[in-house]
Design a protein around this ligand. Sequence first.
Ligand code: COA
Length: 147
Amino acid sequence: MTNLILRPAGETNSSQIHELIHLVGINPTGLDWKRFIIAVNDGDEVIACGQIKPHGEEVRELASIAVRPEYRGQGLARRIIESLLADAERPLYLMCRSHMGPLYEKFGFRTLAYEAMPRYFKRITKLAGLADVLMRSGDSLLVMKLE
Ligand SMILES: CC(C)(COP(=O)(O)OP(=O)(O)OC[C@H]1O[C@@H](n2cnc3c(N)ncnc32)[C@H](O)[C@@H]1OP(=O)(O)O)[C@@H](O)C(=O)NCCC(=O)NCCS
């Protein structure tokens, strides 16, 4: 793990970022490579990534946190998150499935009540709530905030 390099993405990494996001099955929109931090292996393959995604002037989202399955459980997501948090303005928001909440609590994020959410997240939460009902998924969507 120590020989893995963490760095800002370049344009040549864009397609691998898209592939990784599709592989792990999280939100595939807003994947501008210029915002991404990546980890690459010795073969210069993207094995982990994350970004801070803006929604207008005021709202910033920690997003696209993904690690290739064979590299999980070694602290790679933690390194990506810490690196993004080190440079990001506050407050910072994120959206995740409820079973992921404990991961983000480790970094100081707290779950927001619906009334306290910025408008962008209210809209997504409503849509996700509808999808949960339709798909009968037992896992709800959390919106979390880091002050
Ligand atoms: C979630 C994911 C990014 C974790 O990557 P990882 O490199 O294995 O995570 P790390 O090894 O850095 O673990 C960081 C911390 O999170 C915890 N953690 C990891 N996966 C977790 C999970 N699924 N649920 C709760 N906590 C978790 C670890 O215990 C660890 O805690 P510690 O540092 O106190 O020991 C990875 O499993 C993944 O890509 N999943 C699919 C995509 C996804 O769900 N992304 C998050 C979208 S909100």
